[in-house]
Write a protein that binds this ligand. Structure first.
Ligand code: ADP
Length: 539
């Protein structure tokens, strides 16, 4: 079999047709509802105790800290109340010994110290004023009048959240291991160390990064309808959306303001359909899962996110290389390489290493449309460790990478579409009189990614042109905030998501046009600040 035919055959295994999309949406909605009704389901549907999203008029100075891996970030965010903000930030690496400290106090006192350094460096005025007032405040009223910074704490480890600023650590991940912290409230531990340093700071909110994305987008979003969903397509994938309180029927431990009738729910959709009822499962997906540290878990994430797409591609290519009759990365095509030299793969090549291939090669493959695929061939040398690949080799990589990326985006569309349908936001439509087609183009342009990738915007607007019909009124826009390298950098990720949305019953072309998807920048900082603000209002 020729290399071209074989690469087309492998690519076809990743095809995810409209009918599959529709079936997955039905299952996704089922699993969402199951998660709202009871605990220990596939999708956790965690209530966040955040009961409203911002509308861009919020004001004030807030602090945010982020402990999620190798670094600790401290920032202050000035919300200007007009959908804009200013952000000051510092970042420090967590010393290795503190990641495995004997006691949690060692780590948390280090974190509090960083907050103190940040305040002294960037907010000296506020800090000094606080110290003076504290010294003169002798009555309880005097103390209450002291100006405290409200702080949002983004903590990206598994926690059991029992209130907007309450949550106990379930277990450490990502190289942290401090036994006595497990089961303890991380906000209490941070507050205790902050108080020991007598800092004017209150830990007001415990923040999940997906919820931060939703809040940040809702604040900065051009429309004032409030963002429905915040979604991350980066190393992992997850989403948080605004759900009706009445639909969350499982027990909730914490106190919250019921007046809005809504609550933000963290779906933990990475584990959608772990039983593989509807998800596609190629032999390459099966190999990835079997050899992973958590087989059978995060099955949706394993088909969508940046951590896994490079590995799926690597496995598919290795399976092809194993077949002697398939001339991939073999010398047969070497006359079509620039060097006319032998195509070779070293034994130590990244191609043969588990997790050896970064997902960014998918974006490079997708973007290279030159005749000789020179950029992609260079990337194959660099990141797969194959020397002097031929044009045919690069065409095969491109074909398969495209199929993997397109499937990921269509699956991402399933999550977005299911949430739009679950929340019933498409229910009402304001009818607008028809506009001349030139105005439609500019409308469509303004409806897409506001701040990122102007080139993509134009492409999207052009792609959307054949869709006729009345333009969308601002009142009918369903706003969605996204973050993560995959959605930001993979060419056409949004186009393919939209293709899937159009295929869904209950959405179709008319519904898809009402969905505005925009990048949420600095989600963890601004989002955490906004949740601290919401929490302070609840007091
Ligand atoms: P995180 O999710 O950890 O906050 P990112 O959103 O930057 O960070 O996502 C990092 C992931 O995205 C990595 O798995 C990386 O392989 C992948 N990635 C980075 N750049 C690209 C790209 N240009 N195209 C596709 N995937 C990418």
């Amino acid at each position: 079999m020729s290399l071209l035919a074989e690469s087309k055959r492998v690519a076809a295994e990743f095809e995810y047709v409209d009918d599959d999309v529709r079936k997955a949406v039905v299952e996704f909605i089922d699993e969402m509802n199951e998660g709202l009704e009871k605990n220990a389901t596939l999708m956790s549907q965690i209530p966040t105790y955040v009961t409203a999203v911002p509308n861009g008029t919020e004001k004030g100075l807030y602090l945010a800290v982020d402990l999620g891996g190798t670094n600790f970030r401290v920032c202050s965010i000035q919300l200007h109340g007009d959908t804009t903000f200013s952000l000051t930030q510092s970042k420090v690496a967590i010393p290795k010994e503190l990641m495995e400290a004997k006691t949690a106090t060692e780590l948390f006192s280090f974190l509090a110290k960083q907050i103190e350094i940040f305040l002294k460096t960037h907010h000296e005025d506020h800090f000094e004023k606080h110290i003076k007032r504290r010294m003169t405040a002798s009555t309880p009223e005097g103390y209450r009048n002291l100006e405290y910074f409200k702080l949002g704490f983004t903590f990206s480890f598994p926690v059991h959240q029992v209130g907007i600023n309450r949550g106990t650590l379930i277990r450490w991940t990502k190289g942290f291991n401090i036994a006595d912290a497990v089961g303890q409230d991380v906000c209490v531990m941070l507050q205790r160390e902050i108080d020991l340093l007598k800092l004017p700071v209150t830990v007001a909110a415990l923040v999940n990064d997906t919820v931060g994305t939703l809040m940040a987008r809702s604040y900065t979003s051009p429309g004032k309808t409030g963002t429905l969903l915040g979604a991350i397509f980066g190393t992992g994938t997850n989403g948080a959306y605004v759900e009706k309180l009445s639909k969350i029927t499982k027990p909730m431990d914490g106190h919250f303001d019921e007046s809005t009738g809504d609550m933000v729910v963290n779906t933990e959709w990475g584990s959608f359909d772990n039983n593989l009822k509807v998800l596609p499962n190629t032999p390459y997906d099966a190999i990835l899962d079997k050899d992973s540290v958590n087989p059978g878990i995060q099955m949706f994430e394993k088909r969508i996110s940046g951590m896994f797409l490079g590995e799926i591609l690597r496995i598919a290519l290795v399976e092809m290389v194993k077949k002697p009759e398939i001339p991939l990365f073999s010398d047969v095509n070497s006359s079509s390489n620039d060097y006319h030299s032998t195509t070779t793969i070293a034994e130590s090549a990244a191609l043969y290493k588990q997790w050896g291939v970064d997902s960014s090669i998918l974006s490079i493959a997708e973007a290279d449309n030159s005749v000789g695929l020179r950029v992609l061939r260079q990337e194959i040398e660099k990141s797969l460790g194959v020397s002097a690949p031929s044009i045919e080799d690069a065409q095969a990589v491109k074909e398969i990478a495209h199929a993997i990326g397109k499937r990921a985006a269509r699956l991402a569309g399933v999550a977005i579409g299911a949430i739009v349908l679950q929340t019933g936001r498409l229910g009402s439509l304001t009818v607008q009189p028809p506009k001349p087609s030139s105005e439609i183009v500019s409308d469509i342009k303004s409806l897409h990614l506001q701040d990122a990738a102007a080139a993509t915007v134009n492409k999207l607007a052009d792609a959307a042109l054949p869709l006729t019909g009345a333009p969308v009124s601002e009142d009918d826009v369903i706003d969605i905030g996204v973050d993560g390298s995959l959605v930001e950098f993979y060419p056409g990720f949004e186009d393919y998501m939209r293709e899937a949305l159009r295929a869904m019953e209950g959405i179709g072309a008319a519904g898809e046009r009402r969905i505005r998807i925009g990048i949420a920048k600095d989600g963890s900082g601004v989002g955490a600040a906004l949740i601290a603000l919401v929490a302070a209002r609840m007091e």
